[in-house]
Design a binder for this molecule. Structure first.
Ligand SMILES: Nc1ncnc2c1ncn2[C@@H]1O[C@H](COP(=O)(O)OP(=O)(O)OP(=O)(O)O)[C@@H](O)[C@H]1O
Ligand SMILES: [Mg+2]
Length: 337
């Protein structure tokens, strides 16, 4: 139960109970119970069994790839493969060849590349990742595939019929792409029949403890470590951070922390700059690293009421030895008021 779990979180330390890890995993591999993510789950359940095009939107690392797989696994086409094409990873002519193949005359008979992925995906699911980067000249051909289920191989007059279910994903603002003339509005409206927006992690901070526990369990298993607790302070820090790389970034932070932690309590060595919009906008006033360090030390000292040593001391928060911290305080000219 969510309340039961949160109760555990409000205790001084949290345990990564195996049962809870299992509970979090009810929706395939996707962890999270926040309201915005639950809404995504309900949309997935609603649309997965229907043979319609789905557009997944969301910042990098929010889990679009995972949602695509969840839809596929819940669809009537789950026994056929899902074919993924990352439109950003290939140059335009390669994408065309990969997707649409090549006309009979254009290549030798033994070349299997003659058959494009679209033909291979007949009856299957096609996941078009990073659709926003698809070259304009191919967008029109793709629209016809989605709309009428037909296309011609480049260099061939023969029309080929296919039945593919398209799931497309984009981490760019497609509205802006349309405005800039890089994305066709008609393709967008065709893809946008059932859009699912996966919210950034900073808008569902309540998922962070669940994800942390889940990733600890995952990396415990991989590394043979036995980390069982996370200090509430650590969790608070993680919840305050704005996570520009979303769940992918959190996953790497936890992976690194699991590797470097000694003992059974997760220690995160890196420090997170709390996002300040004014700091970003005022980029002309670039601070030196020494200034940043001084400001940060001062901030932490103010937080800990100038306590340097001990569990709640600034040295632990900053991840350095108390003697190192004292030396840096002296060096940067910080004085206790
Ligand atoms: N809710 C979640 N639960 C567990 N793991 C997650 C969750 N969301 C994302 N991840 C993990 O985070 C990483 C990034 O997810 P994914 O690749 O699906 O993001 P994406 O939105 O497709 O990113 P990009 O736009 O950069 O391709 C993956 O390792 C995935 O396993
Ligand atoms: Mg992805």
């Amino acid at each position: 139960m969510e309340t039961g779990y949160l109760k555990t979180l409000s205790q001084k330390e949290n345990s990564c109970f195996k049962k809870e890890v299992a509970l979090q995993n009810k929706f395939g591999e996707m962890v999270g119970r926040s309201e915005p993510l639950s809404f995504v789950f309900s949309q997935v359940e609603q649309v997965a069994p229907m043979n319609v095009t789905v557009l997944l939107l969301g910042e990098t690392g929010t889990g679009k790839g995972m949602v695509a797989r969840a839809i596929y696994r819940r669809s009537a086409r789950k026994d056929m493969p899902m074919i993924t094409v990352n439109c950003a990873a290939l140059p335009a002519n390669r994408i065309e060849r990969e997707l649409f193949g090549q006309g009979e005359g254009a290549i030798s008979e033994v070349d299997h590349r003659q058959i494009g992925l679209l033909e291979q995906a007949d009856g299957c699911t096609l996941f078009l990742d990073e659709i926003g980067t698809m070259p304009l000249e191919l967008q029109c051909k793709l629209l016809r595939v989605i709309q009428d289920g037909e296309f011609e191989r480049p260099g061939s007059p023969r029309t080929i019929k296919v039945d593919v279910r398209v799931i497309a994903a984009s981490n760019s603002n497609l509205g802006e792409e349309i405005h800039a003339g890089r994305f066709r509005e008609d393709l967008y409206s065709r893809l946008n029949v059932f859009p699912i927006t996966i919210p950034p992690l900073r808008e569902r901070k309540e998922d962070i403890p669940l994800l942390v526990n889940y990733f600890i369990a995952k990396f415990n298993k991989r590394t043979g470590k036995k980390i069982v607790t996370v200090a509430n302070e650590t969790l608070n820090t993680l919840q305050e951070y704005h996570w520009p790389g979303n769940v992918r970034e959190l996953e790497s932070v936890i992976e690194r922390a699991v590797i470097t932690t000694r003992g059974d309590k997760l220690q995160i060595l890196e420090r997170f700059e709390v996002f300040r919009r004014d700091a970003v906008q005022n980029i002309s006033e670039v601070k030196t690293l020494a200034d940043l360090e001084r400001d940060h030390i001062l901030l932490v000292l103010l937080k800990t009421a100038w306590r340097i040593e001990g569990n709640k001391g600034a040295a632990i928060l900053l991840g350095i030895n108390p003697s190192t911290l004292r030396a840096r305080i002296r060096k940067s000219g910080i004085r206790r008021p």
